[in-house]
Design a protein around this ligand. Structure first.
Ligand code: IPD
Length: 270
């Protein structure tokens, strides 16, 4: 088995994510069908979600047999016999609804954790081939360029991305939060793939991002890309980013955005 430095894990993650993105792209070109629904009727899983995750699991089981894997479709796998301390976190297709509709904003996300800390991650847009990578302490990168987040300091000028869950009651609460925020920012973007939203924030293509209800696979790789690009990635009131809320914002915007979201009870509701 290869070693487990962040750079070594990133190199593996990139190879595996590229193959996964190729498979997802080919399957999209061949036609896409909903295979099942998950939390609600609109929370779909396509045959490609399953096939791509299966491919990732099989590859990792071959080349990293002592590691464990957490994936969106197949859940938590058992660690390998000796337990290496490495856990891979995979979202085979983030932005599944975009994928279904052929909107070119959908990605494979793969991160590697060592002893519970994400140390390497890659997010690859499976339509465009844009690829973001990061290692802990080693910066965030795309196309050979080191990434820095937005230098915007005025929340009123900030373009803020967000997303919505699949549950109707949760979406209603999230829509109320957005309604309370939109007049205090430049504008809102809902692009449909959390991992990509975090990567766009990493290079200032949006100024900040927040969302309630993200799972580990939505944010593991993108969260590292964002924090390595200088964004503060955290939850409300000193909590770490998690299912209750993820806020990713440049230092100067974090406080004002955090306080506004706290006032709007962004981590509350169903
Ligand atoms: C979803 C997307 C979406 C976000 C949802 C996620 P999926 O992931 O990232 O942008 O708003 O919260 O569940 O279902 O496409 O993998």
């Amino acid at each position: 088995m290869t070693g487990s430095t962040p750079q070594e894990l990133l190199a593996i993650a990139i190879d595996v994510a590229r193959e996964a993105a190729d498979t997802a792209y080919r399957m999209r070109a061949a036609g896409v069908e909903v295979a099942a629904t998950k939390s609600t009727i609109t929370d779909v899983v396509t045959a490609a979600d399953r096939a791509v995750e299966r491919q990732v699991l099989d590859t990792l089981a071959t080349i990293r047999p002592d590691d464990s894997v957490l994936g969106e479709e197949y859940g938590e796998g058992a660690p390998g016999a000796t337990g290496s301390g490495v856990r891979w976190i995979v979202d085979p297709i983030d932005g599944t609804v975009n994928y279904l509709y052929g909107l070119a904003h959908s990605a494979v996300s793969l991160a590697a954790e060592v002893d519970g800390v994400v140390v390497a991650g890659v997010v690859r847009n499976l339509f465009t081939g844009e690829e973001w990578t990061a290692t802990l302490g080693g910066g965030a990168w795309r196309a050979g360029q080191r990434l820095r987040c937005s230098t915007e300091t005025d929340l009123g000028q900030a373009l803020v991305a967000t997303g919505f869950g699949y549950d109707a009651a949760r979406r209603s609460h999230q829509a109320r939060v957005v309604a309370g925020l939109i007049s205090h920012v430049r504008d809102i973007r809902r692009l449909g793939a959390a991992a990509l939203d975090l990567c766009l924030a990493a290079e200032g293509r949006v100024d900040a991002y927040f969302e309630k209800g993200l799972a580990a696979w939505d944010q593991a790789a993108g969260g590292l890309v964002a924090s390595e690009a200088g964004l503060r990635v955290a939850g409300l009131r000193g909590l770490p980013a998690g299912p209750d809320l993820v806020i990713a914002a440049p230092e100067a915007l974090f406080g004002p955005l955090h306080d506004r979201l706290d006032d709007l009870d962004a981590a509350g509701g169903p």
